[in-house]
Design a protein around this ligand. Structure first.
Ligand code: DUC
Ligand code: ZN
Ligand code: ZN
Length: 460
């Protein structure tokens, strides 16, 4: 059925105007004033509301075997939560164990998402081992439409790569025209600091940050900058959390490294003190890189405003409090890392960014949607509102007022790190390729309708 959205205020990364949007066959076909609806068209009145391009979360974990357990969401629950919160596309990390064959891992992850996700999705291919066989697989995976890699400089003995593997990955990425996303923390320093803290009897979640301080993250970024400079590869630093790390990224950029920076909603709104909450409550706030001193929030907001940070993501990785976080009750190094926020990213960013005057509407759209689409080869299919783009639209009610709570959220999780926080705005209607998937906070979409988005390399 065709869809007509009337009188909304269309906001993209660069434009703002009132018009009607007509969608047919999953795409936007016309944008104009006073479009009349052909018979059989679903008409939505968007008067007084914004119409944003569907938001893109470029960094999520859904199927995730990690730290001795599995993340809680399925693609069905995660995509529903994403859509309720206005995210219509996510990019998931494929994280194979070192012993797994990359192509088999790709097929495993794809199989989990296909037929279950209600929104469109794609992947960053995790490079957790590099040898000749793996290299053949990576080439094949790029041919099948995954044009980005993910490497970990942290998680020694698990996901972490050696320097030789890092170098070879970046050389291959450069050759194939693929961007490499990177978790930047020095793995060895973390192990040594963890041992030292535990030996001193410092076992609680409040010591997680001390085991991976800013300098450890800055060292990871510096390391990546060196390797990117040597290879000429394009790199994207995921979940940058602090000033020290940002300085290293900017120093790389200043000498010509092709680097982009992502930060997370958690770092903008939560801080180190949250992980120090008593009665093990701090475990809800354990993620890596850790929540930092509050003073970093100003630096990160400024980075988003000025374009030093390109994207705002979530690193969604849900582990429940009742059982999974308890695995680290006597040893913080065993607390599964993750602060889930797939559902809340857009509303919290709008509230604390746009409503509080930290960023303008265009920066909001750019950092939460458009720039990710451009960096990862999805633009202009995703990330904007123009004829020919997929009809993924968020009709946004900036007058809505509500509170975040685990009691009402859709994520498959027994807590919400943002519990009780006010939101000033939420999606009124969300569409996935021209079909309504959310209405006033309720999911009305279809599990399995989400498509795997194949992406070309060499789009820089
Ligand atoms: N950090 C997290 O907090 N969770 C998942 C993986 C990661 O790098
Ligand atoms: Zn990471
Ligand atoms: Zn991650």
């Amino acid at each position: 059925m065709p869809l007509l959205i009337k009188n909304g205020e269309i906001v993209t990364a660069s434009e703002r105007y009132v018009a009607d949007i007509f969608c047919e066959n999953e795409t936007i076909t016309r944008i104009d004033k006073n479009i009349s609806a052909p018979p059989g068209t679903e008409v939505i009145d968007a008067t007084g509301k914004y119409v944003f391009p569907g938001f893109i979360d470029p960094h999520v974990h859904i199927y995730l075997p990690f730290m001795g357990t599995f993340a809680k969401d399925t693609h069905e629950t995660a995509s529903r939560a994403a859509l309720i919160g206005g995210t219509t596309t996510f990019i998931e990390m494929i994280c194979p164990g070192r012993e797994e064959k990359p192509l088999e891992a790709f097929e495993l992850w794809l199989g989990k998402a296909q037929g279950t996700s209600a929104c469109d999705f794609t992947f960053h291919m995790g490079v957790t081992r590099y040898d000749e066989e793996a290299e053949r697989d990576f080439k094949e995976i790029v041919r099948r439409g995954v044009s980005s890699f993910k490497i970990f400089l942290a998680y020694k003995g698990a996901l972490c790569v050696t320097d030789e593997e890092l170098y070879k990955t970046l050389c291959l990425a450069r050759k194939l025209g693929v961007i490499t996303t990177a978790h930047c923390e020095n793995a060895d320093l973390i192990v040594e600091l963890q041992k030292k803290l535990l030996a001193e009897g410092k076992t609680g979640p409040e010591f997680h940050e001390a085991s991976r301080p800013p300098v450890v993250e800055a060292e990871g970024v510096h390391h990546l900058m060196t390797f990117a400079e040597m290879t000429g590869a394009h790199v994207y630093i995921v979940h940058l959390s602090c000033e020290e790390a940002l300085r290293e990224a900017m120093a790389g950029a200043a000498r010509g490294v092709n680097v982009w920076v992502e930060t997370l909603i958690q770092y903008l709104l939560c801080d180190k003190a949250d992980a120090e909450k008593p009665n093990f409550e701090g475990a809800k706030f354990v993620m890596s890189p850790p929540l930092r001193e509050k003073k970093n929030q100003k630096v990160l907001w400024n980075a988003l405003r000025k374009g030093f940070a390109s994207t705002l993501a979530t690193d969604h990785a849900p582990f429940d409090f009742a059982t999974q976080k308890q695995m680290g009750k006597d040893d913080f190094t065993r607390i599964p890392n993750g602060i889930p926020s797939l559902e809340d990213r857009v509303n919290l960013y709008f509230t604390h960014g746009v409503q509080r005057g930290q960023i303008d509407l265009h920066t909001f759209v750019n950092t939460a949607s458009t720039h990710a689409a451009k960096l990862f080869g999805l633009f202009p299919r995703k990330g904007t509102i123009q004829p020919g783009s997929d009809a993924d639209l968020v009709i946004y009610d900036s007058n809505y007022r509500g509170k975040i709570s685990a009691k009402s959220h859709a994520m498959n999780l027994d807590y919400n790190a943002f519990e009780g926080m006010e939101i000033e705005g939420r999606p009124h209607v969300v569409t996935v390729r021209g079909r309504v998937a959310v209405r006033d906070g309720k999911f009305v979409g279809e599990a399995g309708r989400g498509k795997f988005l194949q992406r070309e390399p060499n789009h820089f």
